[in-house]
Design a protein around this ligand. Structure first.
Ligand code: PBG
Length: 327
């Protein structure tokens, strides 16, 4: 029996029960991480125009939000801070009473079991908006490393469960691992933004996080989008330096990178479904051009099919609601 008419693919597509039985990939709430933008001040829950449904929260508004997130079954949040004070050396990134350090405390107090992942980067905290410090007009790799390590350490000391460096300086995973271990924080995992591309899909995020570079761009440190082999070397290096979880970012235009990393490295793999990917879907849905639930579930399933274990997505709350409803 080698083909039609004995062989018919449509037999297993006939009913939803049959399709579900042979389904190869599923989106699960337990693998999703929801990003949160946190600002200083109080009483603030302000909408971000280019990311409908996403808000800036002040710390006093966090308990209510994280209780809802936990109730929906989402296991973790990824924190981004927007400080009032920015300077050349990103002082507020590693201040013990910085916006993120305080936010971690507030979240842990209201929902202790919710995983708190912190984005470790300087761009939201520098006056110039670059991810490292500037020396002679350029982003200086080696002088940035101690500041990143200090930032990660202050997050862990404040109670973060996982630190996630996104700056793309060379050697930062090693620097952070060293700093954590020296202070008795050997148990804190590093989720490394290992293959992070210089992508135009970060546009809405930069508006939300006020982190647009004041001069130049990020192409001297983030990866060039056409490169795949280089991504594999980046991942290999971050693993060698001590990364526990690796990330590919963005997700949708980089599904091939996710697949290759999955095939080559036996490490937990995260994919970041970034702000621009979210904004495109929301814009089309607002126009009535796409069926939101169907499209979002299709996108997230595709990211899983490409090989991601963990998906960081602004859609997490909606998805959790959809998946909880009886099919
Ligand atoms: C910080 C950082 C960025 C994102 C996550 N961490 C912006 C950037 O690198 O410019 C983007 C996230 C998103 O677009 O959703 N460096």
């Amino acid at each position: 029996m080698t083909g039609f008419p004995q062989l018919r693919w449509r037999r297993l597509r006939r009913t939803e029960a049959l399709r579900a039985l042979v389904r190869e990939n599923r989106v699960e709430i337990g693998n999703l991480i929801y990003p949160l933008f946190i600002v200083e001040g109080s009483g603030i829950k302000q909408a971000i125009a280019s990311m409908p449904g996403i808000f800036h929260f002040s710390i006093d508004q966090l308990p209510r939000e994280v209780e809802e997130i936990a109730e929906l079954g989402i296991p973790g949040v990824l924190l981004f801070g927007i400080p009032e004070e920015k300077d050349e050396v990103a002082s507020s990134a590693y201040h013990p009473q910085g916006v993120i350090q305080q936010a971690i405390g507030a979240i842990k107090q209201s929902v202790p079991q919710l995983l708190v992942v912190t984005d470790v980067c300087l761009c939201e905290y520098t006056s110039h908006g670059h991810c490292g410090i500037i020396v002679n007009g350029d982003v200086d790799n080696d002088q940035t490393l101690p500041l990143l390590a200090r930032t990660a350490l202050s997050h862990a000391e404040a109670g973060a469960d996982i630190v996630a460096p996104s700056d793309m300086m060379d050697g930062r995973v090693k620097a952070i691992r060293g700093a954590l271990d020296e202070e008795g924080l050997q148990h804190i995992p590093i989720l490394s933004y290992a293959a992070k591309y210089a992508s135009a899909f970060y546009g809405p995020f930069r508006e939300a996080a006020e982190s647009t570079p004041q001069f130049g761009d990020r192409r001297s440190y983030q990866m060039d989008p056409p490169n795949l082999r280089e991504a594999l070397r980046e991942v290999e290096q971050d693993i060698a330096e001590g990364a526990d979880i690796i990330m590919v970012k963005p997700a949708l235009a980089y599904l091939d990178v996710i697949r290759q990393v999955r095939d080559r490295f036996n490490y937990p793999l995260a994919a970041y479904n970034v702000s621009g990917e979210y904004a495109m879907v929301k814009a089309a849905v607002q126009q009535g051009w796409l069926d939101e639930k169907a499209v979002v579930l299709e996108i997230l399933t595709a990211i899983k099919r490409a090989g991601a274990d963990i998906i960081i997505t602004y859609h997490a709350k909606e998805v959790a609601r959809w998946l909880r409803q009886a099919p």
